[in-house]
Design a protein around this ligand. Structure first.
Ligand code: AMP
Ligand code: ZN
Ligand code: FE
Ligand code: FE
Length: 293
């Protein structure tokens, strides 16, 4: 890969990305889940942010990958297979990122189809709950938001916003669909062991996504014992203290580190964050060497 020399002011490129040659963003979403941008559009933005490696980690969906890998080749961007799964840990909904797996693995594809069907059923239940509390949102409006992507709460939030039922995107979660809210519904309960096995059997690595402030040591050790390979250290929800803490956990348990922006785009208003939450190439190479050495 060519070495890029950064210099001067680069117009609309975010300041922090001026030193981002040889860097990777391993957590992004497209229209194949709840992201606002198509794989093509995302790759163009990643190119402008001067990243060299990208992983697309759509929720329960690998539909963006083939296309993105091809677009990436044309621009010198390596696209690593990625996926975000949701698992249940006690009462908590915990996110798991998978990398480097075979995104054509039939067993994995069958499970993802099942998870997406369960998401659709859940969206129906949420709409029913909203209707019962006199918010006459229609399922069609949600499905229109989702398009080809796995249906999620962000689509419901967007539909509520476009329908004029709320004034801001976040109000959807605060008033209706956030955890414990009057229209909240749980997702399919996949347990961590099954999720990690699915990823391992498809040749990949599993990472705990954005653990944030609310993960107990007991929960962490439970996940590690269940076969977790690594932890997402770099994430917009992690300040320097949290990053240092999780880097410590990674070192203590001989785990791997990952990181990214969790970029969604659009109404989430995070279009400026691409290039700001990255990991250096040696992090990617360490991940790869755990699988292929
Ligand atoms: P789902 O996978 O359908 O449960 O949707 C989860 C997504 O909803 C997360 O990845 C966030 O993007 C978004 N989300 C969840 N809780 C909130 C919240 N309180 N405020 C804003 N967005 C949220
Ligand atoms: Zn998302
Ligand atoms: Fe997540
Ligand atoms: Fe995410």
């Amino acid at each position: 890969m060519s070495q890029k020399v950064e210099s001067g002011n680069e117009g609309d490129v975010p300041q922090s990305s001026l030193s981002s040659a040889g860097r990777a963003d391993l957590h992004t979403h497209t229209t194949h889940s709840d992201g606002a941008h198509s794989p093509y559009d995302l790759i163009q933005r990643v190119h402008r942010a001067r990243l060299e490696v990208l992983s697309i980690t759509d929720h329960d969906n690998v539909g963006a990958l083939d296309e993105a890998i091809e677009w990436g080749k044309g621009l010198g961007i390596e696209v690593i297979s990625g996926l975000e799964l949701s698992v249940s840990l006690g009462e908590k909904d915990v996110h798991v990122l998978a990398y480097f797996f075979d995104h054509r693995n039939q067993d994995l594809l069958d499970y993802l189809t099942f998870f997406r069907r369960e998401r659709l059923k859940r969206a129906e239940r949420i709409v029913q709950k909203l209707n019962k509390i006199n918010v006459p949102l229609k399922l069609e409006a949600v499905l229109e938001q989702a398009g080809v992507g796995s249906v999620g709460r962000p689509h419901i939030a967007n539909a509520l916003l476009d329908g004029g039922y709320i004034a801001t995107y976040h109000e959807a979660f605060e008033r209706f669909i956030g955890t414990g809210g009057p229209a909240f519904e749980k997702k399919y309960q996949l347990n961590p062991v099954d999720a990690f096995r699915l990823v391992t059997n498809a040749g990949g690595l599993s990472f705990l996504a954005h653990p944030g402030k609310h993960m107990t040591e007991l929960e962490l050790s439970q996940l590690i014992k269940s076969g977790l390979d690594g932890i997402e250290v770099v994430h917009p929800a992690h300040d320097d203290k949290l990053k240092a803490y999780y880097r410590g956990v990674v070192n203590q348990y001989f785990l791997l580190e990952s990181g990214g922006s969790d970029f969604h785009g659009g109404k989430k208003n995070d279009d400026h964050t691409l290039g700001m939450f990255t990991v250096p190439m040696h992090v990617v190479e360490t991940m790869r060497s755990r699988l292929f050495s």
